[in-house]
Design a protein around this ligand. Sequence first.
Ligand SMILES: *Cc1c(COP(=O)(O)O)cnc(C)c1O
Length: 225
Amino acid sequence: MSDPARGDVDAVARRLGRLRSRIRGAGGDDTVQIVAVTKGFGRWAVDVALELGLRRVGENYAQELLAKVDPARDVVGRGPEWHFIGRLQRNKVRTIAPYVALWQSVDRLRVGREIATRAPGAAVLVQLNLSGEEHKGGCDWEEAPELVGALGEEGLQVRGLMGVGPAGPAEAARTPFRRLVQLADELDLPIRSIGMSEDLEVAVEEGATMVRVGRELFGPRPTAG
Ligand SMILES: *Cc1c(COP(=O)(O)O)cnc(C)c1O
């Protein structure tokens, strides 16, 4: 087991500095939580994130998460806090349940029930579909309050709402981000996970408590997933 390469750590450290100043520039403070999205990058990205004090690491695919979990290094209390942020398939929940600290992309009760079975009492976010694009996942606005209630009845801890802004100019995300934050207020949910590399400022301005950032930290993504 080797430590991450010095050059990688230095490069990501510089980008992290820039990311933090973007967050501050948008009116955010140190309480805005950064999830380092390592999808498409190798295990090195997880190790670099940890070395820089970024414990929260986001993955989209069960297979990729499993390939990156390293029992030798991921010591409880010092290892990464894995966040699952991709489309959830019910039949994959079991395989990753031992590792996932926050399920960010719960968008239907069937998946929630499976999580409640495999990881009783787990912390989850409800993902909203902000773009109207079916394939991006997320539940409809009208369904969200009921889903939040039903997941609670399954014994899950619903901590907040998550959303992916629409493709295109960052400004297009402002209205849906604002609406998500309002709904989180109404439902008394503390976590608002919105904002990625491209629409970070808009998300922070609208009240993000958590941003999910990949390319802005690790550089261009080498593969599609
Ligand atoms: C890939 C991804 C991100 C990070 O995207 P970047 O453009 O690399 O910052 C954040 N959230 C979700 C749901 C993603 O799939």
